[in-house]
Ligand binder design. Structure first.
Ligand code: CA
Length: 222
C-alpha cells in the first residue's frame, strides 16, 4: 500500500514516515505542495495524508489538484485545531477524513485502516450492508435500489456506523466525529439524527445497544 505524506513539519514528518513504514506502508514524503503534485502523478499513491498548512501552496489547492487528477484516491487531511473553515472546505472538495493536530498516532493508524479496508472492498468506494448502499464518493444513499436524500449530518453519522459495521459506536464517538467536521452539536443531536435515519432505513438497521450506543450489523441476517 503506497502512501503519499505531504507535511512540512520536519519532526512530525520523520515520525510519521517511521510509523507508517513499521505498518508496512510504502511512503513517499513531500514537504511542499508543488512536490506533492508531481509525486502524486509519479508515485501513484493508494492513499494520501495531506497537511493543509504548507509553505508554498495552500493545501486546499493541492487537494483540488489531486481531485482533478484522480477522483477516487482517499485523502486524509491534517490541520490545526482552529482551522474550522478549512475542514468544511476540505470535506466539500472531497477529502475522505480529517484529523486535527495534535493527534494520536493510534488514531491516525485506525483512520488509515478504515480507508484501506474501503479500498480493498470496493474500488467504487461504496459501503454495502444488506440492501443499504452508501456511496462515499457521491455522498449518496441507496435503500433497496432507491436513492434516499440525506442531510450532511445524518450522512456523517450513518457513514461512521456503516464503515465500522459490527462495532458499537457510543453517542460520544458519533458526536466527536461530527464535531471534528466543524458541525455544531445540540444536546439531543445524535438521538435526533438516529431517529431521522431510521425513518429512511430498513427496520432494525441501526440497533440501539442500551446504555452503550448504536450499531449496524455486518450483514442483515441477525
Ligand atoms: Ca504545516
Amino acid at each position: 500500500m503506497k502512501v503519499l505524506l505531504v507535511e512540512d513539519d520536519k519532526d512530525l514528518a520523520a515520525g510519521l514516515v517511521k510509523v507508517l513504514q513499521t505498518e508496512s506502508f510504502l511512503v513517499c514524503h513531500s514537504a511542499r505542495g508543488s512536490d506533492a503534485k508531481s509525486q502524486f502523478t509519479q508515485f501513484q499513491p493508494d492513499l494520501v495524508i495531506l497537511d493543509l498548512g504548507l509553505p508554498d501552496i495552500d493545501g486546499i489547492q493541492v487537494l483540488k489538484y489531486f481531485r482533478s487528477q484522480k477522483k477516487e484516491t482517499p485523502v486524509l487531511i491534517l490541520t490545526a485545531r482552529d482551522g474550522l473553515a478549512d475542514k468544511v472546505n476540505a470535506l466539500d472538495i472531497g477529502a475522505d477524513d480529517y484529523l486535527a493536530k495534535p493527534f494520536d498516532l493510534a488514531e491516525l493508524l485506525a483512520r488509515l485502516r478504515v480507508m484501506t479496508r474501503r479500498l480493498g472492498t470496493a474500488s467504487s468506494s461504496k459501503i454495502q450492508v444488506g440492501n443499504v448502499v452508501l456511496d462515499i464518493a457521491a455522498h449518496a444513499l441507496m435503500v433497496n435500489g432507491e436513492a434516499v436524500r440525506l442531510p450532511r449530518k445524518e450522512y456523517m453519522v450513518l457513514k461512521t456506523l456503516m464503515e465500522e459495521a459490527g462495532r458499537v459506536k457510543t453517542k460520544e464517538m458519533l458526536e466527536n466525529n461530527l464535531y471534528e467536521w466543524g458541525e455544531e452539536i445540540g444536546s439531543n443531536a445524535i438521538e435526533v439524527h438516529i431517529s431521522n435515519l431510521r425513518k429512511k432505513l430498513p427496520e432494525q438497521f441501526i440497533k440501539t445497544i442500551r446504555g452503550v450506543g448504536y450499531t449496524v450489523s455486518r450483514n442483515d441476517n441477525q
